[in-house]
Design a protein around this ligand. Structure first.
Ligand SMILES: Cc1cc2nc3c(=O)[nH]c(=O)nc-3n(C[C@H](O)[C@H](O)[C@H](O)COP(=O)(O)OP(=O)(O)OC[C@H]3O[C@@H](n4cnc5c(N)ncnc54)[C@H](O)[C@@H]3O)c2cc1C
Ligand code: FES
Length: 282
């Protein structure tokens, strides 16, 4: 497995390539947005819902979804990282201009060719908005190519909603329908209170023409899929991104294997039709 650098040189995809942090934004108390530039220059070519493997030299590596749209990126790309443990905790201590390593992009990404001309229903729970933000901004950029676009966003509390300014922009954009739910809120919260599935009552879909994209915590999938199926959306038109512990990212180590599938290569995006055949995927 290898990639070709800007100068056409072949290099192993197992070797982190040096990159630099060029911007850091605190999004919530647990998540920061990092803007990254590859030291070799050029733009990282990727699809929404692909991921990179981020490393801090001497500490370790973790897979992280690319959150920027491939169309906005130019010579930089963005990663939204939650401080969860050793590596991501160390990432949160990094400063502007610090050096890091990047491998990838890896994974299949979202099947963009499937959504052309279709209605799109995007369901983002918590940190799931990070990969889906890439897809949402890609779709809004090409808005004329799609039918109805509906975005459902769920978070624990109002202060946990990621990319608040952008979410408000989507809410005010009359070409997309955006609904937000939080599990818990003060009385001045004017949107929905309750789990994300409570938003489905606002959504009217044409089941034969709708593709759904779902990313969120594992517990959300079963309930969201039940809602989508009850609206008549085909199993093969429901796409979900799955997280597994990953090491190599390129189908060599077996860490992310479920039955015969390597999630780092054949995923992380699978259709519900394919995912339900895999024991322990759902
Ligand atoms: C394809 C993919 C895309 C991802 N995208 C993002 C992203 O955009 N932003 C982000 O913040 N995180 C993302 N993650 C999760 C991220 O990789 C893990 O949180 C990270 O590896 C934790 O590393 P750590 O050393 O800081 O924590 P650790 O000390 O290894 O773990 C901290 C906690 O997170 C859990 N955990 C660790 N890795 C995983 C995993 N792969 N799946 C489920 N639970 C895990 C552990 O069980 C533990 O509870 C993604 C994971 C995958 C597989
Ligand atoms: S992470 Fe090594 S095979 Fe998928």
């Amino acid at each position: 497995m290898s990639w070709k650098g800007k100068r056409g040189m072949e290099r192993s995809n197992l070797l982190p390539r040096p990159a630099t942090i060029v911007d850091i934004r605190q999004l919530t108390d647990k998540e920061k947005l990092f803007t990254i530039r590859m030291n070799e220059g050029g733009s990282l070519q990727y699809r929404p819902c692909q991921f990179v493997i981020f490393s801090i030299f001497g500490i370790g590596e973790a897979p992280i979804s690319i959150t920027s749209s491939p169309l906005d990126s130019g010579e930089t790309f963005e990663l939204c990282i939650r401080s969860a443990g050793n590596l991501t905790g160390a990432v949160h201590k990094l400063s502007l201009h610090d050096s890091i390593g990047i491998r990838g992009p890896f994974g299949n990404g979202f099947p963009l060719e499937r959504i052309h001309g279709k209605d799109i229903l995007i369901v983002a729970g918590g940190l799931g908005l990070a990969p889906l933000r890439s897809l949402i901004n890609y779709v809004i950029h090409h808005r004329w190519k799609y039918g109805k676009v509906t975005i459902l966003i769920g978070a624990k509390r109002p202060q946990d909603i990621l990319f608040k300014e952008e979410v408000m922009k989507w809410e005010n954009d009359s070409s997309v329908d955006t609904y937000i739910a939080v599990d818990l809120a003060e009385t001045n919260w004017t949107r929905h209170v309750g789990v994300i599935t409570g938003l489905f009552k606002y959504v009217d879909v044409d089941p034969l023409n709708t593709i759904a994209a779902v990313v969120g915590p594992p517990v959300m999938y079963r309930f969201v899929v039940a809602e989508l199926l009850s609206k008549g959306i085909f199993e093969g038109n429901i796409f979900m991104s799955f997280e597994r512990r990953m090491r190599c990212g390129i189908g060599k180590c077996g860490h992310c294997q479920i039955n015969g599938i390597y999630l780092c290569q054949n995923g992380p995006v699978l259709s519900y039709r394919d995912a339900r055949k895999l024991q322990e995927a759902m």
